[in-house]
Design a protein around this ligand. Structure first.
Ligand code: HEC
Ligand code: HEC
Length: 225
């Protein structure tokens, strides 16, 4: 660029300098585009969501119970988790190839789409409800487990402002697997402020307690107002 500018000044005069003034900003902006993140694909939210449908269902209701339902989940939570998977902070090997090329703008669109779908609630196991409800509403004080509802809300709606996900209606198998993962200390990248909160909560839960609270949560959806 410097050689070109020099030649322009010395040999070719005013016309060239005018050209340069016009061309330079365009060249610079082109190079910014080239190095910036993936641009918005221009596809509609529903078109984009079809690549997620094989596992999460096109209406956000997965049929395999170890794959989470995304329907009605907070858009900001879906987007944050999807970005963490894309950026290698949350390890979901089967999903990585699908999200690797997505821009932030497309992830926001997909997340908004799933947040607007309706969750198909499940049912709780009657034998586990009493224990599960007790843990959810009051925690296990003797073991240092706090009440889940303190953060996730009395009917499991969560709180998007604090990144507390909705838990009501989620597959019990997924919830239990997630709690066991937190219990074993798995967090989403070193700087993540959210997953360490759940590690501290899950570390004192036993297998049976995890099963009970997860089952209670799957049936909790119907109690929402
Ligand atoms: C091949 C299957 C597969 C595909 C396709 C897939 N996912 Fe996933 N996804 C998973 C699995 C499995 C998990 C749960 C991993 C775990 O247990 O931590 C998951 C978890 C998630 C979570 C975390 C949910 C929560 O409650 O924490 C989000 C958000 C998510 N996926 C979004 C997406 C989006 C958006 C797409 C499409 C762009 C997509 N997934 C495509 C398999 C898939
Ligand atoms: C201090 C607040 C707090 C309390 C109390 C709390 N949680 Fe959480 N929970 C969070 C946060 C923050 C996240 C998001 C963590 C992340 O991004 O990985 C979360 C995530 C979860 C998830 C993952 C959901 C998903 O879709 O992947 C489950 C399951 C969960 N909590 C269950 C529980 C249960 C059961 C209890 C009670 C024993 C509980 N939580 C108590 C803050 C809390």
């Amino acid at each position: 660029m410097r050689v070109f500018t020099e030649q322009c000044r010395t040999k070719m005069g005013v016309a060239c300098q005018v050209l340069l003034l016009v061309a330079l900003p365009i060249l610079l902006s082109l190079s910014t585009v080239t190095f910036a993140q993936q641009p918005d694909s221009g596809q509609s939210p529903e078109q984009l969501a079809t690549v997620c449908a094989a596992c999460h269902g096109i209406d956000g209701n997965s049929t395999t119970t170890i794959w989470p339902k995304l329907a009605e989940q907070h858009a900001s939570y879906i987007a944050r988790q999807t970005r963490m998977v894309r950026d290698g902070q949350r390890s979901v090997p089967v999903m990585l190839g699908i999200v690797a090329g997505l821009s932030d703008a497309d992830i926001d669109k997909i997340s908004g789409y799933f947040a607007e779908q309706q969750i198909k609630p499940g049912v709780a196991d009657e034998d586990l409800v009493a224990l599960g409800k007790g843990i959810y509403q009051s925690g296990l004080p003797a073991k240092g487990v706090p009440a889940c509802q303190a953060c996730h809300g009395p009917v499991g709606n969560g709180n998007p402002a604090s990144q507390y996900p909705m838990l009501a209606g989620q597959h019990a198998d997924y919830t239990a697997a997630r709690l066991k993962s937190y219990r074993s200390g798995v967090i989403n990248g070193e700087d993540d402020p959210y997953s360490p909160q759940m590690v501290l909560i899950a570390e004192n839960l036993g297998d049976h307690e995890i099963e009970a609270v997860s089952s209670y949560l799957e049936g909790l959806y119907d109690q929402r107002q």
